[in-house]
Design a protein around this ligand. Structure first.
Ligand code: WQD
Length: 343
């Protein structure tokens, strides 16, 4: 049977681990490559427990050619690569731009060289809505102008997308998509895997769940003077399970194409929710109060962005199915297992 092996870089991470689970469910054989710089080893064991499969793990850095060569030497041919591995803290990237270029752009270059050298036919890239900057029109469509990113992190995603597109324009027999994520939240229903922020969470929902759990004293709401209905920023929060499923759909779509082929998809719900709306919905579904205070705006934040989700629905036959309530409920269930310290 043709290999259905998929190399999942950053596969021990938040979205990578959930996608590894969905890949097994769809009959693929994920192989995880991770250097654990921003993830924890026990998550690989949890992926194996959820799937009942001994999902192979290669420890290494996808921006180091020797590490990647070792994976191909050990695992042989791959049907596809899903490239998640990247640093993604917007604020940190402003303070450490070169580290972000080395890791995110260097990682993409190494993975494209591998796809070329080892003739991997399918490539799915984990991109981000940050490439849109502050969109002129909402909901934001894939053909919206890609603007100056508000951070080096966003720049690395724009550069990586162009590298992928121009790599394909060189005529290589590879088929690829860039998936532009909006705001992933939630956790697997088993509560065995979920978002694992190392240190103080930078993203909203893990900070909400840690505040609800009493780990953080108070949630700071970064600004309530934006031109939005309740003054707080609006984002498109998508359940990580829906997001993971979009990767499987993207692979199926590419399998039907002849290379070279490239396309771009927004992966969001198409609905916006404000910061205070997230807090109120969390309190409603969990019955747990989240103390918050209004703080100064966070630099780099845009007021509002949410996806035009029609292209993925029409072309991939994919749309987000799970509700915001379910995402927040699953985030809280995951937080509670973490609090219990069970590893
Ligand atoms: C959401 C809103 C904050 C924390 C993230 C990632 C980025 C990309 C998209 C992958 C903003 C507010 C937050 C807090 C708050 N993901 N907030 N208090 O900035 O939209 O981008 O998702 O590519 O990598 O950074 O998400 O969760 O940080 O912020 O008020 O303690 O919540 O100001 O309005 P963001 P976020």
């Amino acid at each position: 049977m043709a290999s259905k092996k998929i190399l999942v870089t950053g596969g021990a991470g938040y979205i990578g681990s959930h996608t590894a689970v969905e890949l097994v469910r769809a009959g693929y054989e994920p192989v995880i490559l991770d250097n654990f710089s921003n993830s924890e080893r026990f998550i690989v064991g949890r992926v194996r427990k959820i799937t009942g499969r001994n999902v192979p793990l290669c420890t290494g850095d996808c921006s180091v050619p020797a590490d990647v060569a070792k994976v191909f030497k050990k695992e042989g041919r791959f049907h596809g690569i899903i490239h998640f591995a990247a640093l993604k803290a917007v604020g940190e990237s402003v303070a450490q731009p070169l580290r972000y270029y080395r890791n995110n752009v260097g990682g993409m270059l190494t993975m494209l060289e591998a796809a070329d050298r080892y003739k991997v036919p399918h490539f799915v890239f984990s991109s981000s809505c940050t490439v849109y900057g502050e969109p002129d029109k909402l909901p934001v469509r894939e053909d919206a102008p890609v603007k100056n990113a508000a951070s080096p992190y966003g720049e690395t995603k724009k550069i990586a997308e162009r590298m992928l597109e121009t790599f394909l324009q060189s005529g290589v027999p590879v088929k690829a998509v860039s998936l532009r994520y909006f705001n992933p939240i939630g956790a697997h229903p088993s509560a065995l895997i979920g978002e694992l922020p190392l240190g103080t969470p930078k993203n909203l929902v893990p900070f909400v769940t840690q505040t609800a759990a009493g780990i953080r004293k108070v949630l700071q709401v970064y600004g309530d003077d934006y031109k939005t209905p309740d003054g707080t920023c609006i984002r498109d929060y998508i359940h990580v399970i829906d997001l993971a499923a979009a990767h499987v759909r993207a692979l199926g779509y590419l399998e039907k194409k002849r290379g070279p082929f490239y396309d771009i998809f927004n992966v969001g719900t198409g609905r916006g929710q404000s910061v205070l709306g997230i807090v109120k919905t969390f309190e409603k579904v969990t019955g747990v109060k989240v103390p918050y205070k209004i703080a100064l705006r966070r630099s780099g934040d845009i007021a509002e962005i949410y996806a035009a989700a029609g292209k993925a629905k029409k072309v991939l036959g994919w749309s987000a199915k799970l509700s915001l309530e379910e995402a927040l409920r699953s985030s809280w269930a995951w937080q509670k297992t973490l609090r219990s310290g069970k590893r």
